[in-house]
Design a protein around this ligand. Structure first.
Ligand SMILES: [Cu+2]
Length: 290
């Protein structure tokens, strides 16, 4: 069975072609994280690997203590308990050791939180994501691209060899290696924009704009889902993001009626003098601040 499923998965990946290589998706029977595609997700996995042994040691230690107390100090084994209530050394140890453990965890986790929450200033692309009951709206305000992604119907997904409940009818494209600043909001109830391979999970809340960011370091197809219990069709709000080369992304933007100028000029700097002044005012105006 397992081998069959694997062959089917490989075959479906092959059918959809090299550009469609499925990278960020859950696998049958999988129990670990998806393969990371951003530095943030790599750091999250590192932190997880740091935390897991600590949690296991603490849990095993507490379990052993409990068992020891149950066996050694029950009424039958220990009919006349001692009267003392304090032991200075034990109390010092059980105060200091947990503090040291917490300091070690904080030492590792605070930089990670900072990295996740602080949007890099050189973010070159702004993506606005709006949750709706039940579909996602995407917009690149600086490029003039706007689109709506719905769940790909089951028959179509099967016919195309794409994963039902993860594939959408209109995949979103992002360029590889670009820092994408994501503005997340909602039109109705609370949704959440979550893409596991990117290490991104941001609540989409009506009437407010949350921020997050990602920078995908390789090409591939990455799937996510709404991860907030938003209503009856909560399970039918997939996210499909294709990380592609800059040229492919540019072509896609143009094909969707967008203009490329604002992404190209800041990187190049000097060339195209005639075009630069016209584009400068457009970029700050389209960058909302809290
Ligand atoms: Cu939702």
């Amino acid at each position: 069975m397992k081998r069959g499923a694997l062959i089917a998965a490989v075959a479906s990946a092959a059918l959809t072609g090299p550009a469609q290589a499925m990278v960020g998706a859950p696998t049958p029977g999988g129990h670990d994280f998806q393969e990371p595609a951003t530095q943030v997700m790599r750091e999250i996995i590192d932190f997880h690997n740091f935390l897991l042994p600590i949690i296991i040691v603490i849990s095993v230690f507490v379990l052993a203590l409990l068992l020891w107390v149950i066996v050694r100090y029950n009424r039958r084994a220990n009919p006349t308990p001692r009267k003392f209530t304090h032991n200075m050394l034990v109390e010092v140890i059980w105060t200091i050791v947990p503090v040291l453990i917490l300091v070690a965890i904080a030492w590792k986790s605070f930089p990670l939180i900072y990295m996740q929450e602080r949007i890099p200033e050189q973010a070159e692309l702004t993506l606005k994501v709006t949750g709706n009951s039940w579909r996602w709206d995407f917009e690149y305000p600086d490029l003039g691209v706007r689109m709506t992604a719905n769940l790909l119907p089951e028959e179509e997904a099967r016919a195309q060899g794409r994963p039902y409940l993860l594939a959408t009818d209109t995949p979103l494209l992002v360029p590889v290696g670009a820092t994408v600043r994501v503005l997340v909001t909602s039109n109705d109830v609370i949704h959440a924009f979550a893409v596991p391979a990117f290490g991104v999970k941001e609540d989409a809340i009506q009437g407010r704009v949350n921020e997050t960011w990602f920078n995908v370091d390789r090409e591939g197809v990455f799937y996510g889902q709404c991860s907030e219990l938003c209503g009856v069709n909560h399970a039918y709000m997939p996210l499909e993001i294709h990380a592609v080369s800059r040229a492919e992304f540019d072509a896609w933007v143009v094909a969707n009626g967008g203009a490329l100028a604002s992404t190209e000029t800041p990187a190049e700097g000097a060339p195209a003098e005639g075009a630069a002044p016209a584009e400068q005012p457009a970029a700050p105006a389209a960058t909302p601040t809290r």
